[in-house]
Design a protein around this ligand. Structure first.
Ligand code: WT7
Length: 643
């Protein structure tokens, strides 16, 4: 791995002095190296959407070429690469073992204890095939669902690829979620097999995942087999396993190292991933095969300018879409090395990430604004201990990055040499949609423009573009290959939530945004009640039902309250049962209760006991009113308020 990026600084335009007007121009060196040297020209090229994406599809090995790039005859149920036959795992793994990448490290696993494991493409190939064969023995067939409740570990990646190889649909449950969330997701997906582990490392402790899973599977009737990965070496005895449980190592023992890839239709389902909405149960976002491949590989290659000598590290967990697209599939489809890190950003100390960057020579680094804000608190002491000169490009995702954090990241991590790719996208979009390329002039806090091949706009409720500088609804006007195809078992909700809000058949993202005089997009946050906590989407309704499931609570309404580090924390308004008082004991008990139901992702800020909640005549809680009151703002339109 070559170290250092030559040292040329990006140039800052000094003619505009207002902070939020700062423009950072790419250095000559960045442009010279880049696959795409002219950002604007590439955007022009992307205007012929079908031609653009057809060209990108050529990087893969197809069993049978598609007949048509895009079928839009049944909107909003789009189809990409119609009748093409392909296998994603084959393209992400098998394809490389016939090339010079065969013995290159595919997965570089490292955890907070500093333990590492390197798996080459050839080793990955064998492991995936063994597990794929073992899955077949368990009766897993094309279209069957496999759920995982695993830490960030090599076995998780192997599992997802093994599913993909035989055409099983995977559904990952983030290992930070608790029993209730686990049960809902596994039952909705009707998973046949579950994989879990003895534990995961977190801040010096081992979290017992098996215990949570044991409790959950009691309520999961479709599960036939539970595979247990011995990850932390906590000694579970065979005799402790139930009849439907088996150790991972036992399961793959003696399995052949070859396995024919299933010939998947371009539109065959690839995975389901649950995400929170503003109402009702979590949404099972369904992604399919070929379009997703083309979309994630292309965006990763272009946005982070992935080259053969890169060492790629995306800190996102595979339990979220970021990990699916940019820890697992994107990097392997490009034949690069992907760092898989298990642990927190600040344990054993807040220099742990920079230590890893130095130790391995990470060149491209992608994380969330919440992590940057957290690490920023410790100042430049930790980044200064380590040699970060291998870094060439940085990125962020998950929520808007405040210019202050952007500049801190730029100065202290990138040493004013590395451009920052602020990538806007969603679980539903599967891939980056609004993001700069390394050759773009950057403005801290803006995700810049829609990527080549993407057509986005900011409109009013009638679908009319709003004037420059005015806020409005963010919409995507034309389909893109990695788009989700539906909500699992709920086509109606798919149409209602995303495709009918704004007239004109456009996709409404649920975000507010504005465009500036250069056509740059500034994302302002969600337009619905969805909370964004530490970069994770948390549905108000899920948190509220967790509160209400406690015997002391009659009714609950939650809103997001801004927090300097987490972005948002939950503020809960609670109507308690007769005679109950919200004292410190009850507050503590409720915190524990909600955490138990939902897991540590639900970061509680405050609780407040109230007598009444603002509701519409039809009984819907008007969280907007609660928010306005909390922030001391004007209540806005209250005509639908009951009293
Ligand atoms: C929501 C999607 C996509 C992976 C992580 C989150 C917010 C995401 C940005 C960004 C401003 C952003 C939006 C979006 N968001 N990236 N660069 N700038 N906001 O996935 O859980 O599906 O959440 O995250 O509000 O709608 P997700």
């Amino acid at each position: 791995m070559k170290k250092g990026n030559g040292g040329e600084k990006m140039t800052q335009d000094t003619t505009v002095l207002l902070d939020e007007r700062r423009i950072f121009k790419p250095s000559k060196e960045i442009i010279e190296r880049a696959h795409i040297k002219d950002w604007e020209a590439e955007i022009e090229k992307g205007k012929d959407i079908e031609k653009y994406w057809a060209e990108k599809a050529e990087q893969f090995e197809w069993f049978k070429k598609y007949d048509k790039v895009l079928d839009d005859s049944n909107k909003p149920f789009y189809k990409w690469f119609v009748n093409g036959k392909i296998n994603l795992a084959y393209n992400a793994v098998d394809r490389w073992i016939h090339t010079e990448k065969r013995n290159q490290v595919a997965i570089l696993y490292v955890n907070e204890r500093g333990h590492e494991k390197k798996i080459t493409y050839y080793e990955l190939y064998r492991e995936v095939n063994k597990l794929a064969n073992a899955f077949k023995n368990l009766g897993v067939k094309k279209g069957d669902k496999v759920s995982t409740y695993l830490p960030m570990c090599p076995e998780l990646i192997i599992t997802l690829l093994a599913c993909t190889k035989i055409g099983a649909i995977h559904s990952v449950v983030y290992s930070g979620l608790s029993v209730g969330a686990f049960v809902d997701r596994v039952n909705d997906a009707e998973a046949k097999v579950i994989l879990t582990a003895d534990g995961t490392y977190r801040r010096g402790k081992i979290i017992d995942l098996k215990k949570i899973s044991d409790e959950a599977v009691l309520r999961c009737p479709t599960v036939e087999t539970i595979v247990v990965v011995n990850h932390t070496g906590s000694k579970i005895e065979i005799s402790e396993l139930s009849g439907r449980e088996i150790f991972y190592d036992r399961l793959i023992e003696g399995e052949p190292v070859e396995c024919e890839p299933e010939h998947m239709d371009a539109e065959d389902p690839l995975f389901i991933l649950y995400t929170s909405g503003s109402t009702g149960k979590p949404k099972g976002v369904l992604h399919t095969t070929a379009g997703y491949m083309v979309g994630v590989a292309t965006t990763l290659r272009n946005v982070f300018d992935i080259q053969d000598d890169d060492l790629w590290w995306c800190t996102g967990d595979i339990g979220w879409i970021t990990g699916h697209s940019y820890v697992l599939y994107g990097p392997l489809l490009l034949g690069t090395t992907t760092v898989v890190y298990e642990g927190a950003p600040d344990y054993p100390d807040p220099g742990v990430w920079w230590n890893i960057v130095e130790r391995y020579g990470v060149t491209k680094f992608y994380t969330a604004p919440t992590a940057i804000r957290h690490l920023m608190r410790f100042g430049n002491r930790y980044p200064n201990i380590y040699d970060l000169s291998s870094l060439k490009i940085l990125g962020t995702v998950g929520e808007p990055i405040n210019p202050e954090a952007w500049v801190w990241y730029y100065k202290n991590i990138g040493k004013e040499k590395t451009p920052i790719m602020d990538t806007w996208w969603q679980t539903e979009t599967g891939m980056h949609l609004i993001s700069p390329l390394p050759s773009a002039p950057l403005k801290p806090g803006s995700a810049t423009k829609p990527l080549p091949g993407i057509d986005a706009d900011v409109v009013d409720v009638d679908g009319k573009p709003v004037p420059m500088g005015k806020g409005g609804l963010l919409v995507i006007k034309t389909p893109w290959p990695a788009m989700f195809r539906t909500l699992y078992k709920d086509e109606q909700r798919y149409m209602d939530v995303y495709w009918t809000d704004v007239p004109g058949g456009v996709y409404s993202a649920g975000d507010m945004a504005r465009k500036d005089e250069d056509g740059y997009f500034w994302i302002q946050g969600r337009s619905d009640d969805v909370l964004k906590i530490a970069g994770h989407r948390v549905g108000t309704s899920e948190v509220e039902s967790a509160f209400v499931s406690h015997p002391a609570v009659a009714e609950a309404a939650v809103i997001g309250k801004s927090d300097p580090i987490k972005g948002e924390v939950i503020k809960a308004f609670l109507i308690l049962k007769e005679g109950k008082k919200l004292d410190t004991n009850l507050i503590e008990e409720l915190s524990r209760h909600v955490r138990y139901e939902l897991g540590p992702v639900a970061v509680l800020g405050e609780m407040e006991q109230v007598e009444k909640l603002p509701k519409t005549r039809s009984g819907k809680i008007m969280r907007r009113i609660l928010r306005a009151k909390e922030e001391g703002k004007d209540l806005g339109d209250t005509s639908t308020l009951e009293e």
